[in-house]
Design a protein around this ligand. Structure first.
Ligand code: GLC
Ligand code: CA
Length: 562
């Protein structure tokens, strides 16, 4: 039986906003806080309980806000601290919590700290805020072979300081030196500032990279050379413990850490279910490569068995020991219906199947803007149409490796983060209702005439209304939130079937990933006639003959015995 160890973060669902493409309130073509304010009722109507904002801080936007130049101010394009005050208050009035993105592995090189740090000098308090090293070979070569995870060298020469600085991401995202106690004090100051402002928690960007073990050469992996020296570094736990003890533990807040490379075992020393664990949840990536070799940039046919295996492993490994976060999309991933579903013939059906697949599991669900209406990838014809720095860097590497341009575009079509960053499609009108400006800052997906919120609102069978039904089901059911998980028919490569059990109650979740009808028989011990059909993705119509029925393409059903 689950030791419930109840915390509010276990009972919520979170909606992620990537503000630039969410909704433009002032008609300049760029999403902003006024736009968010105007959509709070819509967000509430989904049945979510919190908003996670991807970074809205001041930033030169090289990596769209993940390159911060002022942690205590809002990017002017998005509004002011007063506008954010209104958003936080408006959300709280509606019972919606606010989660901020905490990006402290690195700052923008435009940050005051970096501008000071590059001046060097022994009495400069900022001197060791970043990871500076002289070059090798009389200064001409970087200090080691580490690569940026966005592609290219992990070091950049600075002409002012006459040294190299480390950047694990884009060139103007300089890694902070977290081994410096003064930097950790700065982080704690930022945490306090926003908690005192009234936010309810943090999503901690690449937090598992903050402790670098050493600066030795790394094993030459394609774009992650050096990663064995900084993923889960030796002081990670200690620094997170310090943030927790000195700040987080004093507030009623939640944390979710982005943890590239974490697995269902080694995450437990961070999120393990004990008082004072240093993070409440983590985002792992293992279920994000069911259509690729490590990443969808190296495409493979979608493999449902692989996907099921990952989910099952995390459900089992964390049950009673830690708390899962559940997500299938975010601002770094292509649209899931285009990856794991069918965005052509069965867009609606497969979007519902994917929603059922993850929203009926144990953990805190996250829903990315536009996911709730089944938004799809955008089919660009050329790399020039992309704006994302990672996409351009990877395209450059592929060119160096002599990939034909057609292949590079095909890879970006499938894998680029820009697929998730097109404006949210609100209506079938001008610019999808995203902005009144003549031109939105980024291309609107041409399918907005049919895929949009307005149309989905009117259609009782829309993806949107199905998300609402699923979230309502979770909200009303401890079984769905806290039940143990058991997978069935694992060998079937087009069916996902699992049960949930809690205090004598049970649920059976049945999802077809087939484009053809598929015969189904309930696993032993589940008498369909004794349960009730709580949800069906096909218009509520669902017959069963005894314990068997035929699943329609991408049909999902949830039966409950309570
Ligand atoms: C995280 C963010 C991503 C960003 C990177 C560097 O992975 O989710 O968007 O580019 O960190 O901050
Ligand atoms: Ca705007």
């Amino acid at each position: 039986m689950y030791d419930t160890n109840r915390k509010w973060y276990k009972d919520i669902a979170v909606y992620q906003i990537w503000i630039r493409s969410f909704c433009d309130g002032n008609g300049d073509g760029i999403g902003d806080l006024q736009g968010v304010l105007s959509k709070l009722d819509y967000i509430k109507s989904l049945g979510v309980d919190a908003i996670w904002f991807s970074p809205i801080y001041k930033s030169p936007q090289e990596d769209f806000g993940y390159d911060i130049s002022d942690y205590r101010d809002i990017q002017p394009e998005y509004g002011t601290l007063d506008d954010f005050r209104k958003v936080v208050d408006g959300a709280h009035e509606r019972g919606i919590k606010i989660i901020m993105d905490l990006v402290v592995n690195h700052t923008s090189t435009e940050h005051y700290w970096f501008q000071q740090s590059r001046k060097g000098g022994d009495d400069n308090p900022y001197k060791d805020y970043y990871i500076w090293r002289p070059g090798k070979n009389g200064g001409k070569r970087p200090p080691n072979n580490w690569q940026s995870t966005f592609g290219g060298d992990g070091w950049e020469w600075d002409d002012v300081r006459k040294e190299y600085y480390l950047h694990l991401f884009a060139i103007h995202q300089a890694d902070l030196n977290m081994d410096n106690p003064a930097v950790r004090e700065e982080v704690k100051g930022i945490l306090r500032f926003w908690l005192d402002f009234g936010v309810d928690g943090f999503r901690e960007d690449v937090i598992t990279f903050i402790s670098k073990a050493n600066l030795k050469n790394g094993f030459p992996l394609p774009i992650a050379t050096g990663i064995e020296h900084y993923a889960r570094g030796p002081h990670l736990h200690e620094y997170l413990q310090e943030f927790y003890d000195d700040v987080l533990s004093k507030y009623d807040c939640m944390t979710v850490g982005e943890g590239p490379g974490l697995n269902a075992k080694n995450c437990l020393d961070l999120i393990g279910e004990k008082p004072g664990h240093v993070l409440d949840m983590i985002f792992h990536f293992e279920h994000m490569s069911a259509d690729g070799l490590f990443t969808s940039w190296i495409p493979r046919p979608f493999d449902l068995k692989k996907l099921k295996g990952v989910f099952t492993k995390w459900q089992k490994s964390l049950y009673g020991r830690g708390w899962n976060s559940l997500y299938i999309e975010n601002h770094d991933q292509p649209r899931v219906v285009s990856r794991y579903g069918d965005d052509k013939v069965y867009r609606v059906e497969s979007a519902k199947a994917l929603a059922t697949m993850y929203l009926c599991q144990c953990g805190t669900p996250y829903i990315y803007q536009g996911q709730e209406i089944g938004m799809t990838n955008i089919p660009f014809d050329s790399i020039d149409e992309y704006i994302d720095v990672q996409t351009h860097n990877i395209a450059a590497i592929m060119r160096k490796l002599h990939f034909p341009e057609k292949k590079i575009v095909a890879a970006a079509n499938a894998a680029s983060r820009d697929n998730a960053r097109t404006p949210v499609q609100w209506t079938a009108g001008k610019n999808a209702g995203f902005t009144d400006a003549d031109k939105p800052w980024f291309t609107v997906n041409p399918n907005y005439t049919t895929v949009n919120v307005e149309a989905a609102e009117k259609d009782p069978n829309s993806v949107l209304n199905y998300y609402r039904a699923l979230l309502a089901l979770r909200k009303g059911s401890e079984l769905m939130r806290y039940g143990a998980y058991e997978e069935y028919y694992h060998e079937n490569s087009s069916l996902y079937c699992y049960g949930r059990m809690y205090e004598g109650k049970r649920a059976l979740v049945v999802i077809s990933f087939a484009k053809e009808p598929m015969a189904f028989r309930a696993p032993e011990g589940y008498e369909l006639s004794e349960g009730r059909l709580a949800l069906c993705s096909y218009n509520g119509r669902a017959n069963a003959a005894g314990n068997a029925f035929t699943l329609r393409p991408y049909e999902s059903r949830v039966y409950i015995w309570d």
